[in-house]
Design a protein. Structure first.
Length: 483
């Protein structure tokens, strides 16, 4: 056995321009690094956040040379970041050809054999939940034994790809250590979300659960977490928030849950936060289902009291046949009621909408725009239906030959990947621009937002006014037209 040196890398990359200027902590690799540290004592670990440290590709190469790792694992959360992950691992191989390169996350889990065949820079893909798998992989490397007995791996050996059995999910998420912010302690002050909390407010991501009990056809998360929903206890969530608040000065928390259930779970979390005495000094954000907000509206006043000021609602569409195709299991009336209830409780309502479903037409998208204007959420984020690998949408689109763009970098929900029955891909792209223009181009709405009595809404609209999102979308549309 030898001491293994592991380098986790958050590679240089661009962020989603629709949400403005922000810099999130690399939660995935911070969680993996903390767990590896807790389980494998004879391991030297570094986390390099190229974004926060402003390290370019040449700088990444120099850092790899200096640290001389045995394993390089690159962050790879979203499909649109695929090539950045591959480039980071390619850089590692350039510096040290015998280094073990590791990728993971939703995209690489769903495309594991294909990715190993396509990208020779990747030696191993950790599929699904990575904590225990990465520990066993590291120990196998240290002991110089085969990876074949490590569950949850797809790896290459002598030009052959091996696929080990899937690993059971961790039963008790409370047992996981807090994310390893101590690995990036020198840059924690740089993590921020300007539109939501301002440039100077420190920002952390909190994982309250993994998975979701629902099965929306466009969602890659449901597949990744094997159709299960495991939640951390309210005490465990509040413990982590308090830890970040006390030790790193974090004042804005983004709960990463795809669906934070607004039942007793939420009520107990509010009690924990209020009881610890820092509710008035923080703000937090979560995602919730519209029907959950309606059904559990009694908890909204306590959410506000505990510091929750912003809730994202997956509205998606007012067209019931499309909601059915998405397997969403909500109604347009749920969405209207949810927005109204959040407004009544002074919680900023963000609605997300999806265009580009197979039966979408100019008329159906216009109906969506009218619905959103009538619903009048605090802000609306419009996205194009994207066939992420592993989802039902992807399988249907691939089988039927609908996918016209196979450039993973464009799988960011603002590039049109496939046409509908009635709209070309270019026309879907144009409709996205029209959705944003319809909502944010409204002078009465802009004035109402800029001078709102709600401080958060006022700041958000003043920030958006200077961001030029419409101009960027128009440039994107023009680039597509010229292609």
């Amino acid at each position: 056995m030898f001491k293994v040196r592991v380098l986790f890398v958050e590679p240089p990359k661009d962020f989603w321009f629709v949400m403005g200027e922000y810099l999130p902590p690399p939660l995935g690799i911070l969680q993996l690094a903390a767990y590896l540290e807790s389980q494998a004592k004879d391991v030297e670990i570094e986390v390099l956040d190229c974004q926060a440290k402003k390290v370019d590709w040449d700088g990444l190469e120099r850092h790899i040379e200096e640290f001389d790792p045995d394993i390089v694992a690159s962050s790879g959360l979203a499909t649109c970041n695929t090539y950045m992950t591959v480039r980071a691992l390619e850089t590692a191989k350039k510096v040290k050809p015998n280094v073990l390169t590791v990728a993971g996350g939703q995209h690489f889990t769903a495309t594991a054999p294909e990715s190993l065949e396509t990208y020779r820079e990747i030696d191993v893909i950790v599929r699904g939940e990575g904590e225990q798998t990465l520990v066993e992989l590291t120990k196998a490397l240290a002991d110089k034994i085969s990876f074949a007995n490590v569950h949850g791996l797809t790896f290459r050996h002598k030009d052959r790809v091996y696929h080990t059995p899937s690993r059971p999910l961790i039963e008790n998420l409370d047992s996981l250590p807090f994310p390893g912010y101590h690995f990036v302690e020198d840059v924690v002050h740089k993590y921020h979300f300007t539109m939501m909390a301002g440039r100077s407010t420190r920002y952390a991501l909190i994982e309250g659960s993994r998975g979701c009990p629902y099965n929306c056809s466009f969602c890659s998360q449901w597949v990744h977490w094997q159709g299960t929903w495991r939640i951390k206890t309210p005490k465990r969530i509040a413990d982590e928030m308090e830890f970040c608040y006390t030790n790193y000065g974090i004042r804005f928390f983004w709960l990463t849950d795809d669906n934070f259930g607004l039942s007793q779970h939420a009520d107990e979390l509010c009690n924990e936060i209020i009881g610890r005495g820092f509710a008035d000094d923080i703000m937090w954000f979560l995602q919730a289902r519209c029907d959950d907000v309606v059904e559990h509206s009694h908890v909204l006043p306590k959410l506000h009291k505990a510091g929750n000021r912003w809730i994202l609602l997956g509205v998606e569409t007012p067209i019931e046949s499309t909601l059915e195709a998405f397997n969403k299991k909500i109604t347009p009336e749920d969405s209207k009621k949810a927005v109204k209830l959040l407004k009544q409780n002074n919680i900023f309502a963000q609605a997300t909408l999806i265009i580009g479903e197979r039966k979408d037409s100019e008329e159906s998208v216009e109906r969506l725009r009218e619905f959103v204007n009538e619903m009048d959420p605090g802000i609306a984020i419009f996205m194009i239906l994207t066939p992420f690998p592993g989802t039902k949408i992807f399988e249907d689109a691939k089988r039927n030959g609908w996918i016209e763009d196979t450039n993973w970098a464009n799988y960011d929900m603002v590039h049109a990947i496939m046409p509908t029955q009635y709209l070309t891909r270019m026309e879907v792209q144009e409709q996205l621009y029209e959705c944003y223009r319809s909502f944010y181009g409204s002078l009465p709405r802009r004035l109402k937002g800029l001078f709102s009595s709600n401080k958060l809404k006022r700041r958000t609209y003043r920030y958006l006014a200077g961001q030029g999102v419409l101009q960027e979308l128009k440039r994107l549309f023009r680039r597509k037209s010229d292609a």
